[in-house]
Ligand binder design. Structure first.
Ligand code: AMP
Ligand code: ZN
Length: 492
């Protein structure tokens, strides 16, 4: 395996490989669990999943850690407004996040690390930084990292920090991305504010310190790869490097992967522009989880992806095309023997698929290799040239494709049903399309029964009844496909 991955730190595409005899250690910045995840968040998590699945396909053992930020300014404010403890407030959104990962076929990392369960690690790290002269206590009782003490500050984001003012401070978790300031490691509690009582005094950790403390605890002072969306490069990741390397005197992460932002209809996603979508919003509009996943990998992670509904419809059709092809390969009847040119094309597709992913995870090229095979094999089958012995190698390539892209196996029905149940519980069924609600009033078993009734009606030449059943199903968004091997139904 020779995966070449762009490294933000060096500015070059470099080989990513574990240290001899060790699993590849990777730390992925996870969600802040104050609300439902949006499709931009999931673009980042899906590309990390593509990397994860590809490494597994290539036989690389992994130790993948993701943090859950379950305390920060926003969470504190929202929990207080809801009159809830932060634990109760975040539990709902953490559970929703994990459900969304599952819905999108994103594998869970080996370790999930919650900030609130690792406070003592963070306190220890702040104390170490104070001892080393890299952190100080402000008059308000908060602790700050002195960025002037770390000459490497700016090496990841390549920011020119010439105008930096020693001692200028910032207290909030989210701040001006253009200026470098001493940042809070530990925030002293204001009166009546939720806090932990620690050696640093009553307070809570700043945002950046959790990733330094937990990455080191799970992966050691130096580890292989750190990932996140491009917005995290500065200041979050820059601050993680400053804290960790000041404490250990060693390189923190060797390799940094940043996923470019998702735009929606050409614009930054925001609630005020009305172009802000969570996964659940799209599911209730009748889009399938597989199509959403597939769309989010349409261009490689370092290119900007512009989400459009047209694109989502295309992705829906593309997944359907792949599934129909896989079904044809699995159940079709082909003459004995092997067609040499198809065998050769299959091997080429398999090679190109792997080579594209090895080339900085080029998902677009990897997908193109598979669609080329689908096109060739379909037309060869139409001409009667595709032979029995061509099938196994084709299915093998498809299996590899699906180990990484995870869209062929059809879980869409269960996911949409889950979203509808959730919407019903949350009193949000009005956000679902009427067709979807009608369609899901039928269970898969009930649909199977109606399909069987139609088949019997046709056998009995009662075409009026058969057509009425087809029409009833179509009105509920359920389409039937008659083939030599029987009737397949799928939701539109
Ligand atoms: P958050 O929950 O805001 O901490 O974000 C979780 C992850 O999603 C981080 O890695 C962010 O960088 C990433 N992210 C946020 N917005 C977008 C976006 N529009 N496109 C891609 N990734 C994003
Ligand atoms: Zn982080």
């Amino acid at each position: 395996m020779s995966l070449r991955l762009y490294n933000t730190l060096s500015g070059q595409v470099e080989e990513l490989k574990p240290q001899p005899g060790k699993p590849l250690g990777m730390y992925a910045c996870g969600p802040t669990v104050y609300d439902y995840g949006h499709i931009g968040n999931f673009r980042t998590f899906i590309h990390v999943d593509i990397l994860r699945r590809f490494l597994k396909l290539e036989g690389v053992p992994l130790r993948h850690v993701m943090n859950i930020t379950d305390v920060d300014d926003k969470i504190m404010a929202k929990a207080a407004a809801a009159g809830q403890s932060i634990g109760d407030y975040t539990a709902k959104y953490e559970a929703a996040f994990l459900e969304d990962l599952k819905a999108l076929g994103i594998e869970q990392p080996e370790y999930l690390a919650r900030a609130t369960e690792n406070i003592s690690l963070m306190v220890g790290l702040v104390e170490k930084l104070v001892e080393r002269g890299c952190a100080y206590r402000g008059e308000n009782g908060s602790y700050y990292f002195r960025i002037a003490s770390f000459p490497g500050y700016g090496k990841l984001s390549k920011k020119d920090l010439a105008g930096m003012e020693d001692g200028a401070r910032v207290d909030v978790d989210e701040y001006d991305k253009d200026s470098a300031r001493d940042f809070a490691l530990w925030k002293a509690a204001k009166p009546d504010e939720f806090h932990w009582d620690t050696e640093l005094g009553p307070g809570r950790p700043g945002w950046h310190i959790e990733c330094s403390a937990m990455a080191t605890a799970y992966l050691g002072e130096t580890f292989d790869l750190h990932t996140g969306g491009e917005d995290l490069m500065f200041p979050h990741h820059e601050n993680e490097i400053a804290q960790s390397e000041s404490a250990s005197g060693k390189t923190f992460a060797r390799h940094w992967m940043h996923i470019r932002f998702l735009l929606v209809e050409g614009k930054k996603m925001s609630k005020s522009l009305g172009n802000f979508y969570t996964l659940r919003d799209l599911l209730l509009r009748g889009y399938k989880a597989s199509a959403i996943r597939f769309l989010l990998t349409a261009v490689p992670y370092r290119n900007q992806l512009n989400f459009t509904f047209e694109g989502l419809t295309e992705a829906t059709n593309a997944v359907e095309r792949l599934r129909t092809f896989a079904q044809r390969m699995r159940t079709g009847e082909f003459p004995a023997g092997s067609d040499a040119s198809i065998l050769e094309a299959t091997q080429r597709a398999g090679k190109n698929f792997i080579a594209s992913l090895e080339d900085d995870l080029n998902t677009a090229e990897a997908r193109a290799a598979i669609f080329e095979l689908v096109r060739l094999a379909n037309s060869s089958a139409d001409r009667g040239e595709l032979k029995q012995d061509n099938i196994a190698p084709i299915l093998e390539v498809l299996a590899k494709f699906d180990q990484v892209f995870a869209v062929l196996e059809d879980h869409d029905d269960a996911v949409t049903r889950f979203a509808l149940d959730w919407a019903a519980k949350e009193n949000r069924l009005n956000e679902a399309t009427p067709e979807l609600v009608a369609g899901y009033s039928l269970s898969p078993e009930a649909i199977d029964k109606l399909v069987e009734e139609r088949t019997q009606a046709r056998k009995a030449r009662n075409f009026a009844h058969a057509d009425a059943i087809r029409k009833e199903l179509a009105e509920k968004g359920i389409l039937l496909e008659d083939s030599a091997d029987g009737v397949r139904w799928h939701r539109k």
